[in-house]
Structure formats: structure tokens, C-alpha cells
Design a protein around this ligand. Structure first.
Ligand SMILES: [Cu+2]
Length: 149
């Protein structure tokens, strides 16, 4: 009670600060691990293989286990977006500014289903669906279904 009306100016300052810090403007960095095996026993996976992020966010691909890379698929990028190519066993951080769907893969294990999908923002267009080898193709269809695309 003592505080309520004695320092109205201080109270106003506190409220202004609270409003400032509540603004969710900071870009986030998400982690995707490259694994030989996930908790469910699936072999050669990105974990998580499907991500929804905001424009301006970044994703760090972490070589938790060896012999993997993360690279975008040229035929599964939004119009005007830039792709990336991580080296094998390299940790790479990619920022995503253009809304849309980004397909990517591990080059050595594409045919074993090691592919991933990132949805940036609220895309107005459906993704281009690129062609993948072997189990990679089935897995990408599952991820697209998960994305509701
Ligand atoms: Cu791999």
C-alpha cells in the first residue's frame, strides 16, 4: 500500500520497461542434430527433421555424430532464397529470411532417408517438391504431410 501512489513516476518507468522487454522481437537460433540413430531407433536422421521457424531465425546444424552434412536442395527452395552447403562433419549456422519451405539433405545418406524440411513464417505458396533418392523421397513426403503442405 505504501508504494501505490507515492512514486507514480517510478511506476510509469517500470511499466514502460516491462512493455519493452515483453516485445518478442529477437530472432531465435534453433538446433538440428545430425545423428546415426534417434531415440526411436531410426537410422541416419536429422533431429528434429521438421522445423517451423520465424523469418530472421537461424538454424545450427550440429554434427553430433560423424560422416554427415546438411545442404539445401536446389529444387526445394522458396523463390529468391539462398541455399547452403555444409561440409561433412561441419557445424553450420544458416539464417532464413525468405518465408517458405526449405528442403535439405545429408548427401551421403539421402537414399537412407536423411532429409529435412524447414517451414519459415506462414508461406503463401506450396513448396516445390524436389526429387530425392531412395528412402529420402518417402521421408520428404512424410515431412511435407506434417507441414500440411
Ligand atoms: Cu548423414
Amino acid at each position: 500500500m505504501r508504494h501505490s501512489m507515492r512514486h507514480p513516476k517510478r511506476l510509469a518507468t517500470a511499466l514502460a520497461l516491462a512493455t519493452l522487454t515483453a516485445t518478442p522481437a529477437l530472432a531465435e537460433t534453433h538446433l538440428v542434430q545430425m545423428l546415426n540413430r534417434d531415440a526411436a531407433g531410426n537410422m541416419m536422421v536429422f533431429e528434429p527433421a521438421y522445423l517451423e521457424i520465424a523469418p530472421g531465425d537461424s538454424v545450427t546444424f550440429v554434427p553430433t555424430e560423424r560422416s554427415h552434412n546438411a545442404e539445401s536442395m536446389d529444387d526445394m527452395l522458396p523463390q529468391g532464397a539462398k541455399g547452403w552447403t555444409g561440409k561433412r562433419d561441419e557445424e553450420i549456422t544458416v539464417s532464413f529470411d525468405v518465408p517458405g519451405y526449405y528442403g535439405y539433405k545429408c548427401k551421403p545418406h539421402e537414399a537412407m532417408g536423411m532429409v529435412g524440411l524447414i517451414r519459415v513464417g506462414d508461406p503463401e505458396t506450396l513448396p516445390e517438391v524436389g526429387k530425392l533418392r531412395g528412402k529420402g523421397d518417402d521421408r520428404m513426403q512424410e515431412l511435407l504431410a506434417q507441414a500440411g503442405a
